[in-house]
Design a protein around this ligand. Structure first.
Ligand SMILES: Nc1ncnc2c1ncn2[C@@H]1O[C@H](COP(=O)(O)OP(=O)(O)O)[C@@H](O)[C@H]1O
Ligand SMILES: [Mg+2]
Length: 335
């Protein structure tokens, strides 16, 4: 659906040149919710803005449905842009226009007949549950309602792709959930492909299928959300995951304070239901001390983590660890 090849982007400020994106390669599938997470200044907005060429790539190619959009002229680009909706952190609504007119705006630009515009806008208003607010002005709406208007406007032209740049960052947690639910519904019902930028791991956990972590203009890790939570490979990924743990934090555990072997287990939904640890205690002559545990609910499954201290003879310990691995649990020996 979207294929990005060797994308780089530089900005020149006076004599200095800054590479905001460095050799980005990724592929986003149709109907997927693809997350891009990173700290402020990492290059997220620049990346997403290259996808509809609000930003001109310095190097590289971007293909949408096989078509190279980096080589399109203005007219062709306008056509492609109609298939790409976008929503923003600060909603970007027209403050002088009411809700109805905001959503109608892209359709008016298209020169659609008034009757068609009315029927389309009313359908969209129903869809985002704002039919009763159609005469209200943006200033009279809550943040969540404003974002719903922006979503309806982004959907007006029936796009295939929705780009979301920190769309929930200005919203409280409860409103964030409801907007994410709406985005998920849109993906399911219209088969839309959603590229979602965020600095909040919570958002990735709740809604994304896959995620790329971007740092200093480069993708440093990319995986399914399940795998990322189960086996984060970079310290940045671990820090993002830890940012949403509600339970005992791993950081609190200082490996030096323990005599035994410390292991960190990660397991997906199904394995979590089996009494793997108690089986292990029964089968092998070792002692187990549970140091911390948490479970993260993802969109399709859950990922659990446990940190255990094992004591016993080395042979039994190795057997126990192999047993865990045979049960589809990933095991990392911390110490
Ligand atoms: N128009 C611009 N001119 C110069 N530098 C820019 C411009 N836009 C972004 N940058 C720089 O590019 C880097 C990435 O910015 P951005 O993509 O906005 O990051 P993010 O969205 O992850 O916070 C930052 O260092 C930012 O200052
Ligand atoms: Mg940004």
């Amino acid at each position: 659906m979207i294929r990005i090849e060797n994308l780089s982007k530089s900005f020149t400020n006076g004599n200095s040149k800054l590479w905001a994106l460095k050799d980005i390669n990724l592929q986003i599938n149709k109907g997927e919710i693809f997350g891009i997470i990173g700290l402020s200044g990492a290059g997220k907005s620049t990346l997403i803005r290259c996808i509809n060429r609000l930003e001109e790539p310095t190097e590289g190619r971007i293909y949408i449905d096989g078509k190279d959009i980096t080589s399109l002229d203005k007219k062709e680009l306008r056509k492609v842009r109609k298939e790409i909706g976008m929503i923003f952190q600060h909603f970007n609504l027209l403050s002088q226009k009411n809700v109805f007119k905001n959503i109608a705006f892209p359709l008016e630009l298209e020169g659609l007949p008034q009757r068609e515009i009315h029927s389309r806008v009313n359908t969209l208003l129903e869809y985002v549950e704002l039919a009763d607010k159609k005469d209200a002005y943006p200033a009279q709406l809550s943040g969540g309602q404003k974002q719903r208007v922006a979503i309806a406007r982004a959907l007006a032209n029936n796009p295939k792709i929705l780009l979301s740049d920190e769309a929930t960052s200005a919203l409280d947690p409860k409103t964030t959930k409801s907007i994410l639910e709406l985005l998920n519904r849109i993906r399911k019902e219209f088969g839309l492909t959603i590229v979602l930028i965020t600095h909040q791991m919570e958002v990735v956990k709740d809604i994304c299928d896959r995620v790329a972590i971007i740092e200093d203009g480069s993708i440093i890790e990319m995986n399914t959300v399940e795998e990322l939570f189960k086996n984060p490979k970079t310290q940045t990924a671990r820090t993002f995951i830890n940012s949403i743990k509600t339970d005992v934090e791993e950081e609190i555990i200082k490996p030096d304070g323990f005599k035994g072997t410390l292991i960190r287990l990660a397991y997906l939904g199904d394995s979590a239901k089996k009494p793997i640890v108690s089986q292990m205690i029964k089968k092998f002559g070792i002692e187990v001390n549970i140091l911390s545990g948490n479970i993260n609910e993802l969109m399709s499954t859950s990922v659990g983590h446990l940190i255990l201290e094992l004591t016993g003879n080395e042979d039994e310990l190795n057997k126990a660890i192999n047993y865990l691995k045979s049960q589809n649990v990933s095991v990392e020996v911390i110490k």
